[in-house]
Design a protein around this ligand. Structure first.
Ligand SMILES: [Zn+2]
Length: 220
């Protein structure tokens, strides 16, 4: 599976860090100019609900060249499946899509509940991206997801003294982030310390999008 390193620093897109990045649109909106990405990356649109705003799925009209992914939201397992049913009702064949996002999992405390949700959605033959999944959870269901992301390194970094005079803490430090990334376990059988979170070749990591382009956009 592919793991996107969440960052608040859009400038990292141009720094060739060697890992796929996930940047929120809130960090990109309002900038006079945008960095040119040197590697695969994804943009989180911030969680607006395309279906509730517009009553239909318009992505092919908005930007047919971008692989924009729908996102399933909910609290309970049945909520997530109702959300998936809603897409299907609007004519979106989720199983035919390159990727389907699973939202809200970052706020959940119960890892086992998240695992049940993710596994039940995977049973619908969906290729899943779990937004902001906890690392503990990731190790339980990495075998059934295509990709995930996290910026939890940054929250931890707030409490770590900076590595240089220019870093008060490590909350925005690329070295700290990459060190964290390199130790991610991504499958139930992985031991911490293995580097299996790295994408399996650039083709997989870019998910069919051109290098430097937006690889996916969260639209629901
Ligand atoms: Zn640092």
């Amino acid at each position: 599976m592919t793991f996107y390193l969440g960052t608040h620093q859009p400038a990292w897109l141009a720094r060739d860090l060697g890992v796929p990045l996930l940047v929120s649109h809130r960090r990109l909106a309002g900038r006079a100019s945008l960095p040119r990405a040197t590697g695969p990356w994804a943009c989180d649109s911030g969680g607006f609900t395309e279906l509730s705003l517009h009553g239909r799925w318009r992505t092919t009209e908005l930007a047919p060249e971008l692989p924009i992914i729908p996102v399933l939201q909910g609290q309970s397992i049945s909520d997530y499946h109702r959300c998936a049913d809603l897409y299907e009702k609007h004519g979106i064949d989720l199983a035919a899509l390159l990727l389907v996002g699973v939202g809200s999992v970052c706020r959940r405390q119960h890892t086992i509940e998240v695992e049940h949700i993710v596994r039940s959605l995977a049973a619908r033959n969906l290729r899943l991206h779990t937004f902001g999944a906890k690392i503990l959870g990731l190790s339980r269901f990495a075998d059934v997801i295509a990709s995930s992301d996290s910026a939890s390194w940054s929250r931890r970094g707030r409490y770590v003294p900076g590595c240089s005079p220019s870093h008060a803490t490590e909350s925005n430090c690329p070295r700290f982030a990459l060190d964290w990334y390199s130790r991610l376990p991504t499958s139930p059988t992985d031991e911490p310390g293995q580097h299996s979170a790295r994408p399996e070749g650039s083709r997989r990591a870019t998910m069919g999008a051109p290098r430097g382009g937006a690889t996916q956009r969260r639209a629901a």
